[in-house]
Design a protein around this ligand. Structure first.
Ligand SMILES: *Cc1c(COP(=O)(O)O)cnc(C)c1O
Length: 394
């Protein structure tokens, strides 16, 4: 993946640490997605990037929002989305959360248990509920655990309970796992969806939509060994289109998708700086080079255990390199890129204060940032977009 000119210009102009979002890039990816999946409504999974200007841009393009609780609902409303385009996608919610969401105007709730359905019927009477189906998560960098979703047979029982409780059983949802790298996972999800949809029709429960969840990948990550991940986007989109045709042949339903990472990851980049490159002899007797950066696990790069971000040292293109372990600035040994298992080639000549760009770091960055662990403050957020005055000549 190439670094686009908007991000490059903003990173070049940055004279202090920050995270930059390319708003135009996010809008373009949104448009490309709706082009790949015509007629599918997009509800951005807010936790991937709960940044006002990003939410406003997506809302302006027609996106709604997948939210996890009243605070995200309030933020989505503030970004301009109507309550009808916001759903409560978290299966975990207290009575108070349900009542607050209802008061804010939300009428679409995810669920996966009879207990939760009973609570929704009490706190948000007459609302619409969609049942989340569990998936294996195979093929994803972050396969989801057993925390959310129920079996196909359970889903039938849950939606029957919803109907009996005066709620509208409105849909089914899945999440194939975050950064899902295979089309196969989607095919498997459609198998389960087809079974449940058919079973529900036998019970005269007629849903109006299927929510395809998140999981669409970012394009610009490397694996922990430094090899570029190449998600098979064409295959994935073909599998989704084929699956939708299959479900439409069972019942006249609409589709929703909840991308998070896919819309923002490649359009955010961190400008950090080099703290120091050191060489130390370990207890094992091995001599190791360590490059410490001003940004790490606790101030923007929480996901550094699973992916290797591409690093660019703009002052040192070409030149001698050294294989170094790379780590963030805190005293926590978890704050080490790739769990300290893989070394990364870095310029031998870097010195303290040199800028470094950390690419494809736009997803789950601001949201996973600590308030200032060890005193390292969250990164200021900046924006690049078409039409903005370009401060330097690139
Ligand atoms: C986190 C989440 C998403 C987004 O997942 P990505 O892998 O970032 O696309 C979508 N839906 C739900 C319910 C989620 O919890």
């Amino acid at each position: 993946m190439r670094l686009n000119t908007r991000l490059r210009a903003a990173l070049t102009a940055a004279d202090e640490d920050q995270i930059v979002y390319d708003i135009t890039g996010i809008e373009d990816t949104y448009d490309a997605l709706t082009g790949e999946l015509p007629g599918v409504r997009v509800r951005f999974a807010m936790k991937a990037c709960p940044v006002g200007a990003v939410l406003e841009a997506l809302s302006g393009r027609g996106a709604g929002f997948d939210t996890a609780g009243p605070n995200e609902i309030a933020q989505a409303l503030a970004a301009g989305a109507p309550a009808s385009e916001i759903h409560y996608g978290n299966t975990v919610k207290s009575d108070r959360d349900i009542a607050d969401a209802h008061r804010l105007g939300v009428r679409d709730f995810a669920t996966d248990s009879v207990e939760d359905v009973v609570a929704i019927a009490a706190g948000a009477p007459g609302s619409r509920v969609f049942c989340r189906l569990a998936t294996a998560g195979t093929g994803a960098l972050w396969g989801l655990s057993r925390k959310n979703g129920c079996s196909a047979a359970d889903a039938v029982r849950v939606l029957e309970t919803a109907r009996a409780s005066g709620l509208t059983p409105s849909g089914l949802s899945v999440h194939v796992g975050s950064q899902q790298m295979t089309a196969r996972a989607w095919q498997d999800a459609f198998d389960t969806l087809a079974w449940v949809l058919t079973e529900l029709r036998h019970r005269a429960i007629h849903l109006d939509h299927v929510n395809l969840g998140g999981g669409l990948p970012a394009l610009g990550y490397h694996d922990l060994g430094g090899v570029a991940l190449h998600p098979p986007m064409d295959e994935i989109f073909s599998a989704i289109r084929a699956g939708m045709r299959r479900l439409r042949a069972i019942a006249p339903i609409g589709f929703v998708i909840e991308p998070g990472r896919h819309l923002v990851a490649d359009h955010g980049a961190v400008r950090a700086h080099v703290v120091r490159l050191t060489t130390r002899r370990q207890l094992t007797g091995d001599t190791e080079s360590w490059l410490y950066l001003s940004c790490g696990k606790f101030n923007g790069l929480y996901e550094m255990d699973q992916v290797q971000y591409r690093l660019v040292f703009p002052g040192h293109l070409g030149g001698d390199q050294v294989a170094a372990y790379v780590a963030g600035p805190t005293c926590d040994s978890d704050d080490t890129f790739s769990k300290g298992r893989a070394r990364i080639l870095v310029p031998r000549a870097v010195t303290s204060g040199d800028p470094v760009w950390i690419l494809s770091s736009g997803a789950y960055s601001t949201s996973y940032t600590t308030l200032g662990f060890n005193g390292f403050a969250p990164l200021p957020v900046r924006f690049a977009r078409d039409g903005a005055r370009c401060p330097v000549d690139v």
